[in-house]
Each structure stands twice: as structure tokens, then as C-alpha cells.
Ligand binder design. Structure first.
Ligand code: SAM
Length: 192
């Protein structure tokens, strides 16, 4: 899928001649990122409907307005407001992550696992849309950052989608990260 992300790289004016050629770009400005959604093959002999019944997985959850999850996702640079809450170098915007975690559990059952949690943005997004998430982080500094950042990120309003796209957020997960499990894994070896 393609993530539309304005103001990425490229689009600069000719180097050292910016004032001479103010209306020229040296190359295209990148406005998207490629992202992958991988699906484990549905077991032989099973249809998607069988898989949904048995494993509650295999498809993508439609948006609350009934539209299918698209292969082009509008996004944005991570807002300053979120960067102030979680000063992680790879912090992803809530507006994007909430769309992804919402779609990832087709029946809203099951668990999202982010084994590279960083400051907990995926966990926060999952909580914001009412699904359960486990986050794992190897560095204590980021793990501790996630413990304070997640409750604050959950409560943010996002620009690109909010209740209209995502639906009402359940009250019980709105003010805390208590639904999710955070693991600091310095002594764990992960087999993926
Ligand atoms: C790309 S960042 C994730 C950023 C996160 N999405 C956010 O918005 O804050 C990847 C994170 O994975 C962590 N990491 C790397 N190897 C790991 C491992 N083996 N187990 C757990 N965490 C790991 C890094 O410390 C880093 O914080």
C-alpha cells in the first residue's frame, strides 16, 4: 500500500542558484512511502469466511463508514504536538497508525503485537481505537518513554481521521494504557 506523506524529500531548487531559479525544482518531491501488508496464506481448503470464523483473521476491517480499507493511506509528518510527548527518532503519527491498527483486526478481536515498540505509538493507536496491543522494546529509555507517552497519545485528537473514520472510542480505554501490555525485553531474545 502507499502512504501519502507530503513534505518528504526532493523538490529542492538548484543548489547554490536558488535565487537565480526560484521557480525550478531539481527533482520530484517524494510524497509517498511504500508500506507492506503481509498475510499468512489461508490454510489449504479454507475460505476467508472459514478463516474468520476459526481464527478471526485473514481480512481487513472496513472503515466504520463501510468503505474498504484502501491501498492509499493519507498521512502526514508526525505533528510537533506528538513529538513533544514522545521524543523518539522514528515516532509515527497517530493519524496514520490508528487507521492501520483499526484495519488489522477484521473482527476487532485478537491482539496487535509491536515487537519494536519504541515510544509506544502503535500501542497508543490501538488503545485509541479500542483494540488490545502488546508492545516490546529493548531499550529501557524508550520503554520508560512509552509508559508516560502512551496515555497522552491516546487522548490526542488527530487531523486526518477521527471519530467519523474510526468510530467512537470506547471509554474504558480512553484515559489509560491499562488495556495493553508493555514489555521491556533487554533479557529476552525474540524469534520472529
Ligand atoms: C523504528 S523504531 C519504532 C518507533 C515506534 N514506531 C514509535 O513510533 O515510537 C524501532 C524500535 O525498536 C527497538 N528495537 C530494536 N531491536 C529490538 C529488539 N530486538 N527487541 C525489541 N525492540 C527492539 C528500537 O530500540 C526502537 O526503539
Amino acid at each position: 500500500m502507499w502512504v501519502l506523506l507530503p513534505s518528504f524529500f526532493g523538490g529542492d531548487r538548484p543548489k547554490n542558484a536558488e535565487e537565480e531559479f526560484p521557480d525550478v525544482s531539481s527533482m520530484l518531491r517524494g510524497c509517498y512511502e511504500p508500506w507492506g501488508i503481509l498475510r499468512k496464506p489461508i490454510p489449504a481448503g479454507m475460505k476467508l469466511s472459514d478463516c474468520l470464523r476459526e481464527f478471526q483473521t485473514g481480512g481487513l476491517r472496513r472503515n466504520p463508514n463501510g468503505n474498504p480499507f484502501g491501498d492509499v493511506i493519507p498521512s502526514e509528518r508526525t505533528p510537533q504536538q506528538e513529538r513533544k510527548i514522545a521524543n523518539h527518532p522514528s515516532l509515527k503519527p497517530q493519524s496514520f497508525l490508528r487507521q492501520v491498527v483499526y484495519a488489522a483486526l477484521p473482527l476487532s478481536e485478537g491482539v496487535i503485537i509491536d515487537t519494536f515498540m519504541g515510544s509506544g505509538s502503535t500501542v497508543a493507536a490501538a488503545e485509541a481505537v479500542g483494540v488490545f496491543c502488546i508492545g516490546v522494546e529493548r531499550y529501557l529509555e524508550y520503554y520508560e518513554m512509552s509508559c508516560t507517552a502512551i496515555p497522552k497519545l491516546i487522548n490526542l485528537e488527530t487531523q486526518i481521521q477521527e471519530t467519523e473514520e474510526i468510530g467512537e472510542r470506547p471509554e474504558q480505554v480512553f484515559n489509560s494504557a491499562s488495556n495493553s501490555l508493555l514489555i521491556y525485553d533487554k533479557f529476552l531474545t525474540l524469534c520472529i
